[in-house]
Write a protein that binds this ligand. Structure first.
Ligand code: GLV
Length: 331
């Protein structure tokens, strides 16, 4: 019997590729660039499984193309706004993501941004390199303290909780806003629930965003919300760029409505080098590296590979996003 065909859309950690190669006919798109759309569509028609990244658009057109052949799309990310899950289900295609394995690494980066913006780490580094720092001054690079301050977490999922745990190490008071109240988390960790977004924004010295991108969360932080924050507050986003309205954020930072921002994600990505946000000293922008530790990227790729193999063998997938697909249509 021919082995199932698997298409991996990027060069990924070898351990994951070896795992797939042992049991499938594996094709890995060479290099780090995304495959062109026509290649992606062709592979959807030819392959049994695809291992994708957040840059690959897995939409109705692609899933319809794969209908009848493609059995699983494993997205190598916890976020899956690039995958049309409803359409995947309609076409009988299972989809998976990579939760848990990247939680702590992403929380580390959120904290790195909190510290970097507050303590003006990048600005200072830039000035040292360009010779603009010539002597010690009492007020130079003086920002707010992180320790002992107040943090609001927007979206108390796994990553939000890990950020809260780090904040406790810095003796911060932690509030959260989430459409679902987490009483158990409140009891266990002492985080405080805000009944609405405005309360979470008003109380905080730091606001860290951890919501998935959905139609409801698109531009959840806009002009009105930024005006509710303290003028000394710092906004950090490690979730998805479009959750924050960049234009409103630029204006708020320029006009002193808030004090700073740390962004691992932007809209669009990459942010154009002439974007006004990049002209501001009080913004730190990293290139979507929340999960970018070697160990975590390997764990993500392995989890995606395990999802594919499980689906191809008819076993339970470790992290299936649309288990209803198995009830709807047995393939
Ligand atoms: C990265 O952005 C992810 O969702 O894993």
């Amino acid at each position: 019997m021919p082995r199932p065909r698997v298409f991996v859309t990027r060069r990924l950690p070898q351990e994951a590729l070896d795992l797939l190669a042992a049991e499938t006919e594996l094709e890995v798109w060479p290099g780090d660039e995304r495959p062109p759309r026509d290649v992606l569509l062709r592979r959807a028609r030819e392959c049994d499984a695809m291992l994708t990244t957040i840059e690959d658009r897995i939409d109705e057109e692609l899933l319809a193309t794969g209908d009848g052949h493609l059995k699983v799309v494993a997205n190598c990310a916890v976020g899956f706004d690039n995958v049309d899950i409803q359409s995947a289900t309609q076409h009988g295609i299972a989809a998976s993501n990579t939760p848990q394995v990247l939680t702590k690494t992403t929380a580390d980066l959120a904290f790195a941004l909190i510290l970097a913006v507050a303590r003006r780490v990048v600005e200072g580094d830039r000035d040292v390199r360009t010779g603009q720092w010539n002597h010690w001054r009492p007020f130079a690079y003086a920002g707010p303290d992180v320790h002992g301050s107040t943090l609001s977490i927007l979206g108390m999922g796994q990553i939000g909780l890990e950020v809260a745990k780090r904040a406790f190490g810095f003796e911060m008071a932690v509030y959260y806003y989430d459409p679902i109240r987490r009483l158990e988390v409140e009891r266990q960790y002492g985080v405080r629930f805000c009944h609405d977004l405005p309360s979470a924004l008003k109380v905080a010295d730091f606001v860290s965003v951890h919501t998935p991108l959905t139609p409801e969360t698109r531009h959840m932080i806009g002009r009105k919300e930024l005006r509710l924050m303290k003028p000394t507050a710092i906004l950090v986003n490690t979730s998805r760029g479009p959750v924050v309205d960049n234009t409103a954020l630029y204006e708020a930072l320029r006009d002193g409505i808030i004090a700073g921002a740390g962004l691992d994600v932007t809209e669009p990505e990459p942010i154009p080098t002439d974007h006004p946000l990049l002209s501001l000293p009080n913004v730190v922008i990293t290139p979507h590296i929340g999960s970018a530790s070697l160990a975590t990227r390997t764990a993500m790729a392995l989890l995606a590979a395990r999802n594919i193999l499980a689906r191809l063998k008819g076993e339970d997938m470790p992290t299936c996003l649309n288990p209803e697909v198995f009830k709807a249509r047995r393939r």
